[in-house]
Write a protein of this length. Structure first.
Length: 328
């Protein structure tokens, strides 16, 4: 291990220590990972008469008989052009998105992104913003984009309109309280949405952020057979078409967060420019006037040490992965 990673490790350890003493978001907030209370003043923001009458599902994609009529993504990956963004429109633009944090794995990922001058998008869960406001502050200060990803991460087609509004607005309020910004994009948990969900989000001022390249890294949380090499192999294959893309990974899970640098390295080497999604789509990230920018060049010293180090580790990791079957 060379000096750069040692110092990154040291910084991470310091941050972890500091966060023990740092406060959660001030004020009174709903419990972690549970449906938050409905607020009448927020319910009024949505005109129920305008909502498409998509039936509330008993479970995600339980009833797909009206999948085409109501464009139910979980049934048929249906997207609506007017509200949904799932790719970077220009060739050789890449939007990385990391979901479900901020978590204890996020600071080390931020260290890597900072040292390589890489700008990405984080879709954050409100109750984890409450828990880790100082990490959200860092995400903002280091020029990444922040997207609303609900308070308790439910499948939105399965809950009431009032409850969807509460999931979005509590998260919006937590982000505003932590960093003073109001995102213009929201990402539905598990991509689960239909025209009712779209109309609610749109009436609350949001565009919907989806993706067109999925690593399925979340499976690593409870699948012991999940292979990190799948992430590298997926990216290696995806970059070959040179088209614009938005990828989905998770900074809540160790495998997703710790393998992200390899993915960034693969995409950069293929000649892509990595951009926050609002930058690659040429839209506003926030209601407030904040202009985000694309990633810049990797600093010279990182090119020699940092990136080379990641590539070297990638090589070793891959060899280990590839050897495993022969030794079973
Ligand atoms: C999306 O909308 C744009 C602008 O209205 C249009 O040019 C494009 O063809 C639409 N794409 C699809 C897939 O419907
Ligand atoms: C991409 O990842 C999936 C798991 O999410 C895996 O099954 C598949 O083999 C990977 N593709 C490549 C080309 O490695
Ligand atoms: Zn999620």
């Amino acid at each position: 291990m060379h000096l750069t990673s040692l110092s990154a490790l040291f910084t991470t350890a310091l941050l972890a220590f500091a966060s023990l003493s740092e406060a959660v978001l001030p004020g009174t907030w709903p419990p972690m990972d549970q449906p938050p209370p409905i607020k009448p003043e927020w319910v009024k923001l949505v005109d129920k008469k305008k909502l498409p009458k998509a039936p509330i599902q008993s479970a995600q994609a339980a009833d797909c008989s009206k999948a085409v009529e109501f464009c139910i993504w979980s049934c048929n990956t249906c997207l609506r052009n007017a509200s949904d963004v799932s790719t970077c429109p220009n060739d050789k633009d890449w939007g990385f998105s990391f979901d479900d944090g901020p978590s204890t794995f996020t600071p080390a990922l931020l260290d890597f992104l900072k040292s390589t001058n890489t700008k990405v998008t984080f879709a954050v869960v409100g109750s984890r913003v409450f828990q880790n406001p100082e990490i959200l502050q860092r995400i903002k200060e280091e020029g990444h984009e922040i997207v609303v990803h609900t308070w308790s991460h439910p499948a939105l087609t399965t809950i009431s309109t009032e409850q969807i509004i509460a999931e979005i607005k509590w998260t919006e309020l937590a982000i505003q309280t932590a960093i003073g910004l109001t995102p213009k994009y929201m990402r539905p948990p598990r991509g689960d949405m239909d025209d009712r969900v779209r109309s609610i989000a749109t009436q609350l001022g949001y565009k919907i952020l989806m993706w067109d390249r999925d690593t399925f890294d979340w499976k690593s949380a409870d699948d012991p057979n999940y292979q990190p090499s799948w992430i590298y192999d997926n990216f290696t294959q995806w970059v070959t078409d040179s088209k614009g893309h938005i990828s989905l990974e998770h900074d809540l899970y160790e495998i997703g967060a710790t393998n992200a640098p390899y993915a960034v390295s693969i995409v950069r080497k293929a000649g892509y420019t990595i951009k926050p999604v609002s930058v690659c789509t040429g839209t506003a990230a926030y209601k407030e006037n904040v202009q985000l920018v694309a990633s810049g060049p990797v600093p010279a010293d990182e090119q020699i040490w940092g990136m080379a180090c990641w590539d070297e580790t990638l090589l070793v990791t891959r060899q280990m992965n590839y050897q495993t079957p022969n030794h079973v």
